[in-house]
Design a protein around this ligand. Structure first.
Ligand code: BG6
Length: 487
């Protein structure tokens, strides 16, 4: 087993109270993630108490957890591994109330020792968050604890403000970790390294050189079993006001004075403060054909499964530069990219038909795939007589460096950070409230949903939104496979 570097994990054993323990996120990410962290020794000790509305017993919960690990864990599960993990699992149905919850935590703490800490993970929809917070207060489980709140945090400005206020009646701000797992992805943090550790790009990272920015996260995934959650949420609340805006902040913020929670949050919040309110006319909402017939979906649902928005950051660096954000379910490809289009030079010196500018502007593209990839595309001369230009590219893939190795998944990294009390990669109340504030006009008067075919790139009007520019995806040139060079 690889040696865990000091300071990566928490110093004390952890009792994790996992609300929403039978839900989609718990099965896909949280249980496999907790299993990985506990089996590789990142924590000095740990017990996981599942909590949910399901009236099941411990053995049923263990069976469900095992199935989740087998289905979703990226690492192979051995019998020994499983036996050790199963011993660490407990379950309390929500209906058993505060007393039973407290008793389960005390049982776990007797095993782990008096210096153990509590991590409450609320993997529940916004409508259920407050009830869980109150229950924790009632059960007397606030001491020695930290609480992770899943996104979306509230559903609009009023609900986020009220959730923050009521949360503060039970937990102090330094105990609260508002999670956005995109910030835990290696490539997202690499944006900061790339921008601020180099002298090459930062001088041109502004409105004088950049024409527009695209943050594009199409998914091929459908709803799975999440219709209940998704019907209340939709693509804007699920993805844009959360993940896409957080990525936008990393991309657009000023250099923080230090890589520490307060300076980073301050710079991100300045970006959010400078955002202009979203205009419904700058938004395309879509719904894939067949969505309304899915189990659990209202046959007249107006929930969007796709959204594209144009927004602006009205500050000295970015005024007038459009940021185009797009995401949706059941689209043609699953990708996560940020693409920066540079302004074009005067092209008059090149002869007619040379091809200059014919394939769009120069682009710098971050591919937020699990290991970072980047590419810089530019025009160069096609070998041969005359002056014919082609779009060429420099490409970098972390995989090719041999450094990618065994990285922690986003949720794993963030769970460890929360256990250690490190807020650097978490969002703040102020930031979230501001994002809901800029969303108000859109939430109050959303444009009608337009249908799109599953497997497409969304409704046709997405092209008008970005014209005269074009969406980078689908890529015109496939990613180069270095292993095929010269073959
Ligand atoms: C989640 C959303 O937060 O992020 C899902 O609720 C979405 O709808 C998911 O599919 C995408 O995350 P990732 O890490 O798989 O790109």
């Amino acid at each position: 087993m690889a040696k865990i570097p000091p300071g990566v994990g928490p110093r004390f054993p952890q009792v994790v109270l996992l609300f929403g323990a039978t839900g989609d996120l718990a099965r896909r990410k949280l249980l496999p993630g907790l299993h990985h962290l506990s089996s590789t020794g990142f924590m000095p000790g740990c017990r996981i108490i599942g909590v949910s509305l399901d009236e099941i017993d411990i053995e049923t919960f263990r069976a469900l957890a095992r199935q989740a690990l087998e289905e979703f864990s990226t690492r192979k599960l051995t019998e020994d591994d499983w036996a050790a993990f199963a011993q660490r699992l407990d379950y309390v149905p929500l209906s058993s109330g505060a007393g039973a919850l407290r008793a389960a935590v005390e049982r776990a703490e007797r095993d782990l020792g008096a210096d153990s800490r509590r991590l409450h993970y609320l993997s529940v929809p916004p409508s259920a968050a407050l009830a869980a917070v109150r229950l924790l207060g009632e059960a007397g489980l606030v001491e020695r604890s930290r609480i992770v709140m899943e996104k979306p945090f509230g559903t609009d400005l009023a609900s986020a403000v009220s959730l923050n206020a009521q949360l503060h009646q039970v937990f102090a701000e330094d105990q609260i970790f508002r999670i956005d797992h995109f910030l835990g992805k290696e490539p997202a943090q690499n944006i900061l390294a790339f921008r601020f550790a180099n002298g090459l790009f930062e001088p041109i990272w502004n409105r004088n050189f950049i024409d527009h920015v695209q943050i594009d996260v199409p998914e091929t995934l459908g709803l799975g079993k999440r219709a209940g959650f998704y019907e209340q949420t939709g693509a804007y609340r699920d993805m844009v006001v959360t993940h896409l805006f957080q990525i936008l902040a990393f991309m657009a913020m000023e250099p923080p004075t230090a890589l520490a929670p307060a300076p980073i949050s301050e710079e991100k919040n300045k970006v959010f403060r400078s955002m202009l309110p979203l205009q419904p006319a700058d938004v395309v909402r879509g719904q894939y054909t067949g969505y309304r017939a899915e189990p659990g979906v209202d046959p007249e649902s107006e929930t969007e499964t796709f959204i594209a928005v144009k927004c602006f950051i009205d500050n000295w660096r970015w005024a007038g530069v459009p940021f185009y954000l797009r995401t949706g379910k059941r689209l043609a490809e699953g990708k996560r990219i940020i693409s920066i289009a540079f302004r074009e030079p005067p092209k008059s010196m090149f002869p007619a038909g040379s091809g200059v500018g014919a394939q769009g502007p120069d682009h710098l593209t971050f591919d937020l795939a699990d290991a970072s990839k980047m590419s810089l595309s530019f025009y160069g001369k096609r070998p041969g007589p005359g002056m014919r230009l082609d779009k060429l590219s420099l490409q970098f893939a972390m995989h090719d460096t041999g450094l990618a190795g065994e990285v922690l998944e986003a949720y794993e990294r963030l769970i460890l950070d929360a256990m250690r009390g490190d807020h650097t990669l978490f969002t703040t109340a102020e930031g979230i409230e501001r994002l809901w504030q800029v969303s108000t006009a859109l939430l109050e008067a959303p444009p009608p949903v337009r249908l799109y075919e599953p497997g497409s790139w969304g409704p046709k009007s997405i092209h008008q939104l970005i014209a005269p520019q074009a969406w980078r995806l689908p890529f015109e040139r496939a990613w180069r496979d270095p292993n095929s060079l010269g073959s």
